[in-house]
Design a binder for this molecule. Structure first.
Ligand SMILES: [Zn+2]
Length: 140
């Protein structure tokens, strides 16, 4: 089976909208970072049909604070992915959210040299037309 990768008009890859991911993407569209929360195990990321701890499916979608810290990062200065070349240098980071889960994203809104492990960040949103991405910028 071939699964088609959606792209924005500018050529950027877009997250794939499925029944499971739609509430996350609709949240991003409305400027909210949403996470799934299991009543037994707490918050988890990212959109999936069952809790990764207990495999339960009685989780709910909840608005997260949008705050977190840089857990780890790297700087892409090469652009092996041609769809990202006009964004270089690009910080690819693992963000540890205040609620616990870690998500991969980009840190934007500051010089790449200013990014540090442990720095406080908050969610920011980039509209790519048909979908909106969740990115992070330094906490004001
Ligand atoms: Zn669970």
């Amino acid at each position: 089976m071939q699964i088609e990768q959606p792209f924005s008009e500018s050529g950027r890859p877009l997250p794939r909208r499925t029944p499971t991911s739609a509430p996350f993407l609709d949240g991003a569209r409305n400027g909210k970072l949403r996470l799934q929360r299991c009543p037994r195990d707490g918050f988890f990321f990212y959109p999936r049909p069952r809790c990764p701890e207990c495999l339960g499916d009685d989780w709910t979608w909840e608005d997260a604070s949008g705050r977190g810290r840089v857990y780890s990062y790297t700087v892409d200065r090469v652009g092996l992915d041609p769809t990202q070349r006009d964004r270089l240098p690009l910080v690819v980071a693992i963000i540890e959210l205040e609620e616990g889960p870690r998500m991969t994203s980009n840190v934007v809104g500051c010089a790449v040299e200013d990014v540090r492990v442990g720095m406080s960040v908050e969610a920011t949103f980039e509209d790519l037309g048909s979908e909106t991405l969740v990115l992070f910028s330094p906490t004001a």
